[in-house]
Design a protein around this ligand. Structure first.
Ligand SMILES: NC(=O)c1ccc[n+]([C@@H]2O[C@H](COP(=O)([O-])OP(=O)(O)OC[C@H]3O[C@@H](n4cnc5c(N)ncnc54)[C@H](OP(=O)(O)O)[C@@H]3O)[C@@H](O)[C@H]2O)c1
Length: 257
């Protein structure tokens, strides 16, 4: 199993889970093409650090997952800068103003906010995975991972928009996996329980939420970004060569309590 010299394309690498994943892949020798949305300066610092620390090629690109077709331009740039694409991880998630009306109790949900979450979660995955698959087909295969969450299994306050979009995403992953299998492209979802990142810290009741999560998590703590990074790498590795169309849940046991 080798990541040396192979290329990962990942959306949303500036912080949280995406950042942990790109460091994990770079440590294993993979070249990294990652995207940012608002944090250009942080993205530049990360790209420099990945190159200087791990000796890999690392580049950052702007992307807005509310405009899924912008993936086409991103992959064209990646073609020029990196050549082949071996792995694609759809990780970025929207927060703040775009989720107003989507991140809310059921009776306050609004079509616009819900639409934004669905676009950023499902439609962006579709276009990104299509572009990645076109490249992977040319080199005889590859692996795609969609980041999901247990908000589609466990009721989480204000999370109907995200939870229902992640449920749709996991089904989209199954369709993609089945139809891309003949090209030797594997597609899986990685579903995390609550992980301590800015996305979760932005919840209005974060401190209370954190205590609740810890108390109902058998492993007795809050998940951290690196709890998912190694699993994302495993799903892209040769060790996972017989896994496709699955959702792998990593939640410290919390979805069964
Ligand atoms: N946190 C959790 O509890 C948890 C649990 C399970 C699964 N997940 C999933 O894991 C993934 C990452 O979550 P996270 O908690 O690490 O998120 P995060 O810390 O909020 O990071 C979000 C990333 O998405 C980028 N982004 C924001 N708006 C964007 C837009 N409009 N277009 C393109 N990129 C955009 C951000 O870039 P900038 O910083 O440049 O704006 C950032 O890199 C998501 O798919 C999430 O659903 C999260």
């Amino acid at each position: 199993m080798s990541f040396q010299g192979k290329t990962l394309v990942l959306s949303g690498g500036t912080k949280g889970i995406g950042k942990a994943i790109i460091y994990e892949f770079a440590k294993a020798g993979a070249n990294i093409a990652f995207t940012y949305n608002s944090n250009a300066e942080e993205a530049e610092n990360i790209a420099k650090e990945l190159s200087s620390t791990y000796g890999v090629k690392a580049k950052h690109y702007p992307l807005n997952i509310l405009e899924p077709d912008s993936y086409k331009e991103l992959f064209t740039q990646v073609d020029t800068d990196f050549g082949d694409v071996h792995f694609f991880i759809s990780n970025a998630i929207i927060s703040g103003r775009p989720v107003v009306g989507g991140f809310a109790p059921f009776m306050r949900l609004k079509p616009k906010g819900l639409n934004n979450i669905y676009t950023a979660t499902v439609l962006a995955f579709v276009v990104g995975a299509q572009e990645a698959a076109k490249r992977m087909e040319k080199i005889g295969g590859g692996a795609i991972v969609a980041m999901s969450s247990t908000g589609n299994l466990v009721h989480t306050e204000n999370y109907a928009g995200h939870g229902s979009s992640k449920a749709a995403l996991e089904i989209m992953v199954k369709y993609a996996a089945l139809e891309l299998a003949e090209k030797n492209i594997r597609v899986n979802a990685l579903s995390g329980g609550p992980i301590e990142t800015d996305a979760l810290r932005a919840f209005p009741n974060f401190d209370q939420l954190k205590q609740d999560v810890i108390s109902r998590t058998p492993l007795g703590r809050m998940g951290q970004p690196d709890d998912l990074a190694g699993i994302a790498k495993f799903l892209c590795s040769e060790d996972a060569k017989w896994i496709t169309g699955q959702t792998i849940i990593a939640d410290g046991g919390s979805s069964f309590t």
